[in-house]
Design a protein around this ligand. Structure first.
Ligand SMILES: Cc1cc2nc3c(=O)[nH]c(=O)nc-3n(C[C@H](O)[C@H](O)[C@H](O)COP(=O)(O)O)c2cc1C
Length: 322
């Protein structure tokens, strides 16, 4: 399947693995790229720019295919060394950067100067148009279903994607709730040039996370995610667990007076305890509604081959026969 996205990124299949904190290590990115998609290393999971440089080098040893790096711009009192991370990306010969969070305008000129394509992840049409206006090459349009931060507008992909198609000139991929060949064909029908998956890639053999996390995804249904941090305007979709229920009880009790410090025990330093140690009740971790569509733990190649075969069958058999 050749699309503007496969052409732009030099990949075989229009499938991207979105940056994921404590999941997007070299093993994850290389497995996706080796299977013909675009794997992405999560920049900020690496503690320093130097560590990111080493992670990029490690990934290069595992694949000769293109892979990217995610740089997430977070609201933060002590911002990470963004120029340092960008330097590691450039010196590591990376040709695709996925940006997310705040508008990437500060890093765009230097990335462009080095011939790096930028795909910005947005949860609204207006942010997507802004990304286009400042010179991003593509957008990842992330619907309300998504794992992680869906924004504050709550527009699901059946509306958000065709709205993006109405307005955008640059190509976009569908993100949020994508799991299989049905998702891919639907995304293309709604105007996307491919799809971005997060949660689904966690439940694969190569995902470098604890087996407990993968098992939790297989066990979860589409009813098991919760939205947290809405009163802080930092909404995140996470898998429900006792820590999340505790956090939600605090939100109800404190209302608009809640501060980030009130929920620190449920959100700070949680990722290594969940992803590395498998301590499933340690706190809140991002997870999409798509958990309801995850029923097994294939290899990344099995997953991607299955997606492409199913998409082909839908287009050439089911739809063609109507
Ligand atoms: C565990 C986890 C961690 C994530 N961490 C990040 C991150 O650090 N930066 C980012 O831009 N997106 C992050 N995301 C969002 C994904 O890149 C992607 O946009 C999202 O998962 C798509 O929705 P889906 O889970 O329904 O496929 C994360 C998602 C998950 C599930």
């Amino acid at each position: 399947m050749k699309t503007k996205i496969t052409e732009m990124f030099g990949i075989e299949h229009p499938i991207i693995q979105g940056g994921m904190h404590w999941v997007g290590f070299a093993e994850m990115a290389a497995a996706v790229s080796n299977a013909g998609g675009l794997g992405i290393i999560t920049g900020l999971t690496q503690r320093t720019p130097d560590d990111l440089a080493k992670e990029i080098a490690r990934c290069r040893e595992m694949t000769d295919k293109p892979f990217g790096v995610n740089i997430t711009f977070l609201p933060s009192v002590n911002p990470p060394d963004y120029p340092g991370y960008v330097k590691a990306v450039i010196e590591g010969g990376i040709k695709v950067v996925e940006t997310a969070g705040n508008n990437p305008v500060q890093v765009l000129p230097v990335l462009k100067e080095h011939g790096i394509k930028v795909i910005h992840k947005c949860t609204t049409v207006r942010h997507s148009l802004k990304a286009e206006a400042i010179g991003c090459d593509a957008v990842s349009v992330d619907g309300f279903e998504c794992g992680g931060h869906p924004g504050e507008d709550d527009i699901p992909n059946f509306i958000l994607l065709p709205r993006a198609a109405e307005e955008l000139k640059i190509p976009f991929v569908a993100s949020g709730g994508m799991a299989d060949g049905r998702s891919l064909v639907a995304a293309m029908a709604l105007g996307a040039e491919g799809m971005n998956m997060g949660t689904r890639f966690m439940a694969t053999k190569e995902a470098p996370i604890h087996q407990n996390v993968k098992d939790a995804l297989v066990a979860a249904s589409e009813l098991d995610t919760r939205l947290i941090m809405r009163p802080l305007r930092n909404t995140e979709r996470v898998l429900s667990n006792p820590a999340v229920e505790r956090l939600i009880a605090k939100e109800k009790e404190l209302g608009s007076a809640i501060k980030f410090e009130d929920i620190l025990p449920e959100v700070a330093g949680v990722y290594p305890r969940i992803m590395r140690d498998g301590d499933m009740d340690a706190g809140a971790w991002s997870c999409g509604m798509v958990a309801g569509l995850i029923h097994d733990i294939p290899t990344v190649k099995e997953l991607i081959d299955r997606i492409m075969a199913q998409a082909h069958a839908i287009v050439h058999e089911r739809l063609a026969s109507l």
